[in-house]
Design a protein around this ligand. Structure first.
Ligand SMILES: [Zn+2]
Length: 229
């Protein structure tokens, strides 16, 4: 629904704009005559103004995020905030518009991904907080692979496939042998699953009988699985 903008806000904006336009006209004249100003001792002021125009920016709260708009791009931003904001997130304006439509005031939205096992109705929710995350969630939904906890073993036993998350963890284990679970961004259950199907192994470092750290490695079968992808 179109938001109502209050008359007092519009009037305040008009006053600020008129004042700013006057100041900008003065600056325009100053910049045109900059050699003359250099001579009358106002070089410091000129320096300040040019630095502000070239390197300055405005912080805007837009769709749940603070964006810094450089003054150099303030014109395009004022004409069409969505185009500038989309560029800021590295997405097209249409993708930005979709995110605006389906996310809440804070920019948070969600989509669901279905279990890849034939006939399964289970879904998982993917939360996104900006348009770039939304695009990644949509990619995962359309071309990614996820199996619910009932089917990840069945999918492995029947077709020898892993969901994307496990492929990612396995690839990390292969790249960083001996990494901790935190470093792999994996849960205890994730690691137990990879161990149970022989793709990962764990070694425990203990001191005086207490386990201090667990180090995770991809097994030969784990590496062979990655090589086949
Ligand atoms: Zn399932």
């Amino acid at each position: 629904m179109e938001q109502q903008v209050s008359t007092s806000h519009v009037e305040a904006a008009q006053r600020i704009l008129a004042d700013t336009v006057d100041a900008l006209r003065d600056i325009e004249v100053m910049l045109e005559k900059h050699s003359a100003i250099d001579c009358d001792g106002r070089a410091g002021h000129l320096d300040l103004i040019t630095k502000m125009l070239v390197g300055g920016g405005v912080d805007m709260f837009y769709r749940g995020t603070y964006l810094r708009i450089p003054l150099a791009r303030l014109g395009p931003w004022l004409r069409d905030p969505a185009v500038s904001a989309a560029r800021n997130f590295g997405v097209e304006k249409t993708a930005f518009g979709q995110w605006s439509d389906i996310s809440n005031e804070q920019g948070v939205g969600s989509t669901v991904q279905a279990c890849g096992y034939p006939g399964c109705q289970m879904t998982k929710t993917i939360i996104f907080e900006d348009p770039a995350q939304m695009a990644a969630a949509e990619r995962s939904k359309s071309s990614g692979l996820w199996f619910c906890h009932h089917h990840r073993l069945a999918a492995w036993q029947k077709s020898g496939v892993l969901g994307d998350k496990f492929v990612e963890i396995l690839a990390q284990m292969n790249m960083m042998p001996g990494a901790s679970r935190t470093k792999l961004a994996a849960t205890k259950q994730d690691m137990e699953f990879l161990e149970s199907i022989g793709l990962g192994r764990v070694t425990q470092v203990s001191k005086r009988g207490a386990t201090i750290t667990s180090k995770y490695y991809a097994t030969e079968s784990g590496v062979a699985y990655l090589d086949k992808l």
